[in-house]
Design a protein around this ligand. Sequence first.
Ligand code: NDP
Ligand SMILES: CCCCCCCCCCCCCCCC(=O)OCC(=O)COP(=O)(O)O
Length: 325
Amino acid sequence: MEYSNLVPCLLGANCPPAPRDPEWTKVFSLLTMESETVVPWARMFTRWKNIHRGKLMDLTFTAIVPLLLGSVGLFALFRLLQRMRMRAYLQDAVVVITGATSGLGKECAKAFHAAGSRLVLCGRNGERLQDLVQELSAKANHAKNIHKPFTVIFDLSDTKMVASAAEEILKCVGHVDILINNAGISYRGTILDTGMDVDKKVMETNYFGPIAFTKALLPSMIRRQQGHIVVISSVQGKISIPFRSAYAASKHATQAFFDCLRAEMEQYEIDVTVVSPGYIQTNLSVNAVTADGSRYGGLQTNNAPQQLIQQPPARGAEMPMLTTW
Ligand SMILES: NC(=O)C1=CN([C@@H]2O[C@H](COP(=O)(O)OP(=O)(O)OC[C@H]3O[C@@H](n4cnc5c(N)ncnc54)[C@H](OP(=O)(O)O)[C@@H]3O)[C@@H](O)[C@H]2O)C=CC1
Ligand SMILES: CCCCCCCCCCCCCCCC(=O)OCC(=O)COP(=O)(O)O
């Protein structure tokens, strides 16, 4: 048989062959004879492929592809629903942020404001708080339901001020959905040189202040059986490093207190989250208190115990980095 005659026959153009057609059988016996010259493993593979090709194609198109597309679709739907739920939750939610004038607190304020939350911005410096309100208002998307933030001025290291600030917040906004205990100070010094007044100052700002504020707002959350308490601790709440004793101690205490609180609040449906970041480029280091109670300022490099890893400045405040210890 001429191959030239076989080609249209095989392609089914002019003479679609029937399985029992003698011509068809001839074609295959010829092709088989041809393939006898092929190396045996290749021949075996070809046979195996021919037998299974149909099954594999069937499996691919009837099971694998729909399964893959279905999973991707389900994942996308899940993420979309999650985002919609989060947006609905944050819209109009009352969010209280301490230490809103700088660093992480300021970034949180921007994010929650953009999400349509009703913000209560807390800080020690009224002017800086007003600057932030201006900044947020200037950026506000008026198509969205955006609220003008409410500001409260108090020093976290003054427990009386903390209690009256909480009272004022509840009077003005009624309740708190999310409390972000963010404010804090850093400390640098040796244990030997550090006076107890400095240890107390760090503890009051980083530990007693946030727990007093939380305790003052807690009863209102319990009454509503709703609320989320967040505290910004640190990796140093888990690991202690030299020359940061007061800071690490305050963060360890914070971690422990809020872990207990989480367990106690479970029955009231109140969530408690402890966030433990690594290094982030903010004003925290320059504002650190030193062994004699003065501000570190970032200039007295001889006071910095050890330059461990020096990296170029991070571009964004949200960039984690390990710089010094
Ligand atoms: N930056 C980092 O590498 C890391 C930071 N953290 C934690 O994140 C939190 C925020 O720090 P960060 O944004 O970096 O630092 P910043 O110094 O930029 O901000 C600290 C904020 O806390 C406020 N604050 C300080 N002391 C008091 C006080 N006595 N009463 C009221 N407010 C006070 C400051 O107010 P004011 O403007 O008046 O000084 C400021 O708004 C802190 O708890 C810190 O320990 C945790 C891990 C890493
Ligand atoms: C082979 C040795 C392994 C050793 C592993 C030790 C890991 C220790 C990691 C310590 C990370 C500390 C992260 C601290 C985050 C934080 O709270 O930063 C805030 C500051 O302390 C910033 O203020 P500072 O005055 O210290 O600049």
